[in-house]
Design a protein. Structure first.
Length: 332
């Protein structure tokens, strides 16, 4: 039997961010988070397990990867193979349509696709909850990419992590007018990974406890904003939540500053647009790119204004996207 399968996963951007782990082995977060799965940033991954293979092979965006990057994928394959009796080597080929490690959640779509493809290649059938938990073990944010639309990752409280998984708040067709303008400032890989960065923040930022104190309220307001399609509330909470997370990063010792000067230029332009009556808000992750939230009616005007800024190298437009899914169109 051919033990091969392919999955496509969309990336997601958090509206209420995940930053900090209470358990690094199981990837259990200190706080719950909420995200929007994106329709146009995705990763396609083919996994084949084969007794004939003499080693694991991992190819990401056309390049064979080694070292830590390969080890992380192989560790995940080992985890998936706990469902079967015999462990064999695998070939993994993965392609994303956006730059990796640049603050665009490539590990989210990457590990969500790897999990579904791997599990299917092993001929296992898991529930969405189980897939979310397994994806979480690869990368925390991947737990949310398993589902489409608007998603909450419940932090859970059980030590084994069995209640720390994503659930769907609303499907992707609930609010198709909600738009995200992803501005690309730099495609350089970041110097401090999210994993290392969040661990340092938890240990050293005096603002980290204050961050945690505000999360429950942000989560509740964000859920209300999504279900009632209250764009102003969604934007205000998302922007404020992102700035609070970055305040914990900036006050980490040594400091973690993902912003570039271009990031600030765009953030200020968003505030100016708002002062001019165009409803838009920004959010940022562990990288310099600024993502602008707006409604479809304002999209063209905001996009053309932002496009005029010298610091913007590229722009991608996203709307709420679908859950991770299987395809027969294999990469090899
Ligand atoms: C998020 N980020 O909620 C936050 C906001 C970055 C800033 O999830 O260590 O790559 O693999 O669990 O999932 C990025 O962290 O970290 C992230 P690991 P991950 O989207």
């Amino acid at each position: 039997m051919l033990m091969k399968a392919t999955a496509i996963a969309n990336s997601n951007i958090a509206l209420v961010k995940y930053w900090g782990k209470r358990n690094s082995d199981l990837i259990l977060p200190y706080n719950s988070s909420i995200s929007m799965t994106l329709d146009s940033l995705n990763t396609k991954t083919t996994v084949e397990f084969n007794k004939e293979f003499s080693d694991n092979e991992v190819i990401i965006n056309g390049k064979t990867v080694e070292g830590e990057e390969k080890a992380r994928v192989v560790h995940h394959l080992d985890l998936l193979q706990e469902f079967v009796t015999e462990k064999v080597f695998a070939k993994v080929k993965s392609e994303s349509n956006f730059p990796k490690k640049a603050g665009l959640a490539s590990s989210a779509s990457g590990f969500a696709a790897l999990t579904l493809a791997g599990i299917k290649a092993l001929d296992q059938n898991l529930t969405t909850k189980e897939l979310s938990i397994l994806s979480r073990r690869g990368s925390g944010s991947a737990s949310r990419s398993v589902l489409g639309g608007f998603v909450e990752w419940n932090k859970g409280s059980l030590p084994d992590g069995s209640d720390s998984h994503a659930i769907q708040i609303e499907k992707e067709d609930h609010w198709p007018e909600l738009s995200m303008i992803v501005t690309i400032i730099s495609t350089e890989e970041k110097k401090v990974s999210s994993r290392v960065g969040m661990s340092q923040t938890v240990k050293t930022s005096p603002f980290y406890p204050a961050w945690l104190d505000t999360i429950e309220s942000d989560v509740e307001k964000m859920k209300k904003a999504i279900s009632q399609k209250d764009f102003v509330l969604l934007g205000q909470i998302a922007e404020n939540n992102a700035l609070k997370m970055h305040a914990t990063m900036h006050t980490t010792v040594p400091p973690i500053i993902y912003w570039e000067s271009g990031s600030l230029t765009i953030m200020k332009e968003v505030i100016t647009l708002r002062e001019e009556g165009k409803e838009c808000y920004f959010t940022m992750d562990a990288g310099p790119q600024v993502k602008i939230l707006c409604l479809e009616d304002d999209l063209e005007v905001i996009k053309s204004r932002v496009n005029k800024l010298d610091v913007v190298r590229d722009i991608m437009i996203c709307h709420p996207g679908k859950q991770t899914s299987l395809t027969d169109d294999h990469l090899f």
